[in-house]
Design a protein around this ligand. Structure first.
Ligand code: RI2
Length: 318
């Protein structure tokens, strides 16, 4: 018999797949909460069945989006804390670990914000790409420190997630200029710092983030504009330590062009990669809750935090 997966877990998985819930840190939070719900409401009567349920729930959550490593890292963290010889012990330890994970996530983002804010000066103009809560944590801290900032916000096709950033910044009173992605280079001379988030960071310091990040980074380097990545350590991709590459999610072509327009154009191929890879040489700093790092040195942090722990989050303990 297949292990019973709670309806809430299935619906969180659907929400992540459809991007109702999105953003690497937010996805990690939703996944940990879903595992906690699964643990709290499990009807399993023996430890083996309980473990099988939790692993099945983790697999369902994992198979939603492939690129943001915060998702498997969150699942691995919670399942790693599932210990005990009885259902009650397993339930308690899983719930406790998930709760601990969620508070660590909040603290990490706050600490990261304080580190990133140090790179911002009073009067700076920043440029953003997509919507990243880690980036916004840096901005929030800088504002709280009394620094005045203004922002040039790229709309970030195809889903225009820059609009979310613009709305948040306006709520905080930050002057915002919204531009189409193609206009970024023209404005880089007016920008003091480019700030982007990350979905995954590879062992060599490559940054995997929303499509368009790499072109922006190359242009920023050409213009001499500092390029900073705000990424909690949960974005570090442990499997890349052993040579794995990060899978880039390919999304529905309807996000790029609606079906009628596509039909009018004629026989074309449409591709919609959600992310790209920015080589470390274009990145000035990766800001984490553990301090800021030149991208080439994150490998040491990754080893310290994850060792060689690259197993799938639902794997049986070895
Ligand atoms: P935080 C998002 O991916 C963006 O690429 C963003 O830069 C990144 O996650 C990190 O977001 P998507 O889920 O964790 O919108 O900083 O495809 O919020």
């Amino acid at each position: 018999m297949e292990p019973a997966i709670h309806d809430d877990v299935a619906s969180v998985a659907d929400d992540i797949a459809s991007m109702e819930v999105r953003g690497a840190a937010t996805i990690a939070r939703a996944a940990a909460e879903a595992l906690r719900t699964q643990a709290q409401s499990s009807d399993a009567t023996d430890p083996q069945a309980f473990r099988a349920e939790l692993r099945a729930a983790a697999r369902t959550l994992h198979d939603t989006r492939p690129t943001a490593v915060s998702l498997p890292n969150a699942l691995r963290y919670v399942l790693g804390g599932m210990t005990g010889g009885t259902v009650e012990a397993l339930r308690d330890s899983t719930v406790e670990t998930a709760t601990d994970f969620l508070s660590r996530l909040d603290r990490a983002q706050d600490a990261l914000g304080a580190v990133g804010a140090n790179r911002l000066r009073d009067g700076d103009t920043i440029m953003t790409h997509c919507h990243s809560t880690d980036v916004l944590a840096c901005v929030r801290h800088a504002l709280d420190d009394g620094k005045a900032l203004s922002a040039i916000v790229k709309e970030t096709r195809p889903r225009n997630q820059g609009h979310i950033t613009a709305k948040q910044l306006r709520e905080w009173g930050v002057p915002v200029t919204l531009i189409v992605d193609n206009a970024a280079r023209r404005y880089l001379n007016d920008v003091d710092q480019v700030l982007v988030g990350a979905d995954s960071i590879a062992a060599d310091g490559s940054v995997i983030n929303k499509i368009g990040t790499s072109g922006l980074a190359v242009n920023a380097r050409d213009r001499g504009t500092p390029f900073m990545v705000a990424a909690q350590t949960i974005k570090l991709h442990p499997a890349t330590l052993t040579g794995h590459t990060v899978e880039i999610e390919m999304r529905d072509e309807a996000e790029v062009v609606d079906p009628e327009t596509r039909a009018e154009i004629g026989d074309i191929t449409v591709e919609n990669p959600a992310f790209d890879v920015t080589p470390p040489r274009y990145v000035d700093a990766i800001v984490t809750e553990r301090g800021q790092f030149p991208p080439e040195s994150v490998v040491w942090l990754m080893r310290e935090l994850y060792g060689e722990g690259t197993r799938e989050p639902w794997a049986e303990p070895v």
